[in-house]
Design a protein around this ligand. Sequence first.
Ligand code: FAD
Length: 440
Amino acid sequence: MHVIGGGLAGSEAAVSAARCGCHVFLHEMRPRKMTPAHHTDRFAELVCSNSLGGEAETNAKGLLQDEMRQVGSIVMAAADASRLPAGGALAVDREIFAAHVTRTLEEHPRITLVREEVAEPPGEGAVVLASGPLTSDALAECLTAKLGTSFLGFYDAAAPVVLGESLDTEVCYRAGRYGQSADYWNCPLGKQDYERFSDALAQARSHTPHDWEHLEYFQGCVPIEELARRGVDTPRFGPMKPVGLPDPRTGREPYAVVQLRADDREGRLWSLVGFQTGLKWGDQKTVVHTIPGLHSAEIVRYGVMHRNTYLNAPSLLSSALQVRKHPQLFVAGVLAGVEGYLESAATGWLAGLNAARFIRDQGPVLPPEHSMLGGLVRFLAGANPHNFQPMNANWGLVPAAEGKGPKRERRAAMHRRGRHSFGDWLRSFDVLPAAPGSEG
Ligand SMILES: Cc1cc2nc3c(=O)[nH]c(=O)nc-3n(C[C@H](O)[C@H](O)[C@H](O)COP(=O)(O)OP(=O)(O)OC[C@H]3O[C@@H](n4cnc5c(N)ncnc54)[C@H](O)[C@@H]3O)c2cc1C
C-alpha cells in the first residue's frame, strides 16, 4: 500500500497500516521539493506552533490525545519523548519530535521511504492521500481531474463556529429570511449594539499573513473586518442585513442581525454567516462577545483566512475516510478536512487502518460516536457540503453529557465516557495496536 505525504497524517497512517502487516511505501517529496512552510527533510515536521493542544480532561484535544495514546500513536510517543513544560499544554521540542518520528519510520521493517513527489496516486493497492494543506500543484491538479473541480478547496476562509448550548436563546430567535423555514438562529442588534460591535471590530488586530500565502479576497469571501473598513454600515448592508428577519417578539426588523447556520446535522455547532475573518483569536472572541445572544458563546473553531488545500469531505468521503467513488483511495489529515496536528495524526491512524483492512477484504471500522475521533470523522462525512470548512477537535462533535451540572464536570464526564467507549471499541475488533516502541 502507498501513503502519499510524510507529515503528521501520513507518518501515523504508514505505521498504522504496517502494524496490520502491510508493506507500506511512504512517499515524501521533501527535501527534493520543499513546500513554502516546511524547512527540513524530516517526517512530521511541525510547521508553526510546537503545541499539540491542551491536555486537561476538560479539553477536547485532551480526549483525542488520550485516544491516540490508546492506539499506540507514534505522534504521541514522539510528543512524550520530546515534551517541554508548557502549563496545561502538550508542547514539544520540534527537532526531537520530528527526529523521533523519522527514526521510527526509518527503522520499521515494513515501511519503505520513497523520497519523491507523487503527481498521480498509484493505480494499484490501497492509497492513503495525506499530502496536507500544501499539496504539490501536480498532485492537486490530478485530484481535481479525478474528483471534480468543485471538490478541492485552495483557500480556507472560515467564520467562527460556536457551540449551540452556549447561545443565549432568550435573546436570539429562530427565523429564516422572508418567512422561509426557521433554520437559522438570529442575533438582533439595536443601533447602540451595532456601534459597540463596530468599535470592537475597528480595534481588533488581524493575523499577519505569511508572505507566501498571497492573501487575496475572493468574491463572497471578504472578511468581516475588511467589509467594516469599507464603511461603518457596509456589514449592515451585507452579511448583517436585517431585511426579512423581523424579531417575533417585537414584530420589527432589528437594526442589524447576525445569523447562525447549523454546521452539523445534530445542531450542536453553529457558524456565523458571512463572518469569515483573519482576526487574532483573542480579538475575535472580544468582537463575537459584543453580539447580543453571543455574550458567552463558546467559540470551538476560530475563523481563519489562509491558503489551504482540502477536499469537500462530506461530498466525497465516507466516515471511514474512504473516497466513496474510488474505494481504494483513503484520505487523511488536512486534505480530508480536519485542522490541527493532532487531528491530522488521528485521521492518519484511522485511514491507515482502514486501508490495510481494505487490502485484506475486511470492512472498514468506525470509532464510536462518543469518542473525539468518532465525532470528528462523522462530522467530515455528514457536514453541510455547501459551506464546508475544515474542523478541529471540539466538544460540539460528540453528544453532550446528560444532566445540568457545571461545565467542567460535564466535560470531565464526556472525557471519561469517550475514553471508555473508545477503549471498548478498540478491543472489539481484531487489529489491536502494537505497544509503542515495538516497531522493530
Ligand atoms: C502555515 C501553516 C501553519 C499551521 N500551523 C498550525 C499550528 O500551529 N498548529 C496546528 O495544530 N496546525 C497547524 N496547521 C494546520 C495543520 O495541522 C498542519 O498543517 C499539519 O501539519 C497537517 O498535517 P498533514 O499531515 O495533513 O500535512 P503535512 O504535515 O503538511 O504533511 C503533508 C506532507 O506531504 C508532502 N507532500 C505534499 N505534496 C506531495 C506530493 N505530491 N508527493 C509527495 N509528498 C507530498 C509535504 O511535503 C508534507 O511533508 C498549519 C498549517 C499551515 C499551512
